[in-house]
Write a protein that binds this ligand. Structure first.
Ligand SMILES: C[S@@+](CC[C@H](N)C(=O)[O-])C[C@H]1O[C@@H](n2cnc3c(N)ncnc32)[C@H](O)[C@@H]1O
Length: 219
């Protein structure tokens, strides 16, 4: 429906209204899958991140200059390419992305791909060997069940040094047995970690409740 001929502005469609309603709860897609016209692309590759979250990630990378960014859940490779581009932009850092599915994903000189179950010992050991002694940021975006996220937190959080971030995607989902429960259990037993209010900057984002920071000082 057109509401102003001057600006040629139209009211949101039903799907878009659903997206807006869900965004206020930190959730993006009404049914978990975005219509094609609403899906963002990064350099032509689909990326499963809300644009506001991409700026939050950029700011964290720019500010903290991690030597490595470890991502679980590559999907089409858009987010890994974005992280690698951010590293290129600041002239620092490399990216490891892990997915259990083999797929033709974009390559980048600063990007390495691993195929397998993200928290599996073999993957974890290979990743640890690469990043040992260097500063690490993590984005967990694979299987969002509490069980799996708990395993990923156990596998990758020890690699993250003081002041760096670990982002648990989908932690805003209030359903029991999902990522939020894993985050709560993790924070209850790891006093060296805290929630960071990073996500409040733009009010609307999908990574709500998911930004964790390793405290600079031991508690
Ligand atoms: C939400 S998508 C990732 C989106 C991507 N990070 C982005 O922002 O564009 C989840 C991905 O996790 C992968 N995945 C699910 N379970 C996994 C597991 N146990 N180990 C590794 N990857 C897994 C799926 O194959 C899928 O590609």
């Amino acid at each position: 429906m057109r509401i102003s001929s001057r600006y040629n502005y139209t009211l949101p469609t039903g799907v878009e209204r659903g997206m807006l309603r869900h965004l206020t709860n930190g959730k993006w897609a009404p049914d978990g899958d975005l219509p094609e016209m609403n899906r963002p692309l990064w350099r032509g590759t689909q990326i499963g991140k809300h644009p506001a979250d991409l700026l939050l990630y950029h700011q964290a990378i720019y500010r903290n200059r991690p030597d490595w960014i470890i991502e679980t859940g590559s999907a089409q490779g858009g987010s890994a390419l974005f992280f690698a581009d951010m590293c290129e932009l600041i002239g620092h850092g490399q990216v490891i992305t892990i997915d259990r599915r083999v797929e033709d994903r974009p390559s980048h000189p600063r990007l390495r791909q691993f195929i397998g179950n993200s928290p599996h010992r073999v993957i974890r050991n290979a990743v640890s060997a690469l990043v040992r002694g260097q500063s690490v940021m993590v984005s967990l975006d694979s299987d969002h069940t509490a069980l799996h996220v708990g395993r990923e937190l156990a596998a990758f959080s020890p690699l993250v040094g003081p002041g760096q971030y670990l982002v648990v995607e989908d932690a805003q989902d209030p359903r029991p047995g999902r990522a939020y429960d894993a985050v709560e259990a993790f924070l209850a037993t790891h006093p060296e970690w805290e929630r960071a209010p990073v996500e409040r900057q733009f009010l609307v984002c999908v990574t709500r409740l998911g930004w964790l920071r390793r405290k600079a000082q031991r508690p």
